[in-house]
Structure formats: structure tokens, C-alpha cells
Design a protein around this ligand. Structure first.
Ligand SMILES: [Zn+2]
Ligand SMILES: [Zn+2]
Length: 129
């Protein structure tokens, strides 16, 4: 039981420390740094537990489901198409009520900006001739 608790704590800490949406594979890679015997099935099980407990919420970015801490205010995401990492964005300039035709009621909106992150952009620039 103690081993399970430690695994859960380490997995949750990855989500809290990274402070951005992680795919189960990313969370597994991060947690495995301190828990070498950690299996991906344990990560999935822990994530399901955190969802049920309201600690994590799912985010669909780039066609895949990632998870991030649930205590953040509504915000948007940047998805890097090269390394597939998702970053949280603070600013929101969308005026959703202005986008929808009359008669529709807006309750919220989700936005993912796609492109290249600074690390990938730099790497691509260095590969050039
Ligand atoms: Zn990238
Ligand atoms: Zn986020």
C-alpha cells in the first residue's frame, strides 16, 4: 500500500510541477525518472483516480487527450506540432458572444493554438544549411 501511495504522489507531483497538460506517456516518462519500475498501466490507473477525485481535468489537444491540474482558471493552450508538447496560455482575446449567430447562447469556449515551440523552432533553425 505504501508503494502505491508513493507512486500516486510522484505521478501527481509531475502534473503539478509541470503545470501544463501531460499525456499519460509524458507523465510516465517524468515519473519513471524517480520510479524506474513504474508501469504505464499504473499511470493510467492513477490518472483515472485523480480525475474521479477532481484533481486533474482532461484537455483534448492535437487530437489526443492530455491531463492537467484541475484548479486552474479557464485558459487556452498552445500545441507544438513538432514535439507534441502542450503549453498553457494566459491571454484570451476571444469574444465568443460576438462569434455566434443570434439566438445561440455561449457558455464557454476552447481554443488550441498550434505551431512550433521555441525549443523546436531553434532546433529547426540550426538544422538549416
Ligand atoms: Zn516543440
Ligand atoms: Zn492548461
Amino acid at each position: 500500500v505504501q508503494r502505491r501511495t508513493r507512486q500516486r504522489e510522484t505521478i501527481l507531483a509531475c502534473f503539478l510541477e509541470e503545470d501544463r497538460p501531460l499525456s499519460p506517456r509524458e507523465a510516465h516518462a517524468l515519473a519513471a525518472a524517480s520510479l524506474p519500475a513504474l508501469g504505464i498501466a499504473t499511470v493510467y490507473r492513477a490518472i483515472n483516480g485523480f480525475l474521479a477525485e477532481g484533481l486533474l481535468s482532461p484537455v483534448v489537444v492535437g487530437g489526443a487527450t492530455c491531463y492537467e491540474r484541475a484548479d486552474k482558471a479557464p485558459h487556452h493552450h498552445f500545441f507544438c506540432q513538432t514535439c507534441h508538447q502542450t503549453t498553457c496560455l494566459d491571454a484570451c482575446s476571444i469574444e465568443a458572444p460576438k462569434l455566434v449567430p443570434e439566438g445561440y447562447r455561449v457558455q464557454g469556449h476552447e481554443l488550441t493554438v498550434t505551431g512550433t515551440c521555441p525549443a523546436c523552432h531553434q532546433r529547426e533553425a540550426q538544422v538549416g544549411p
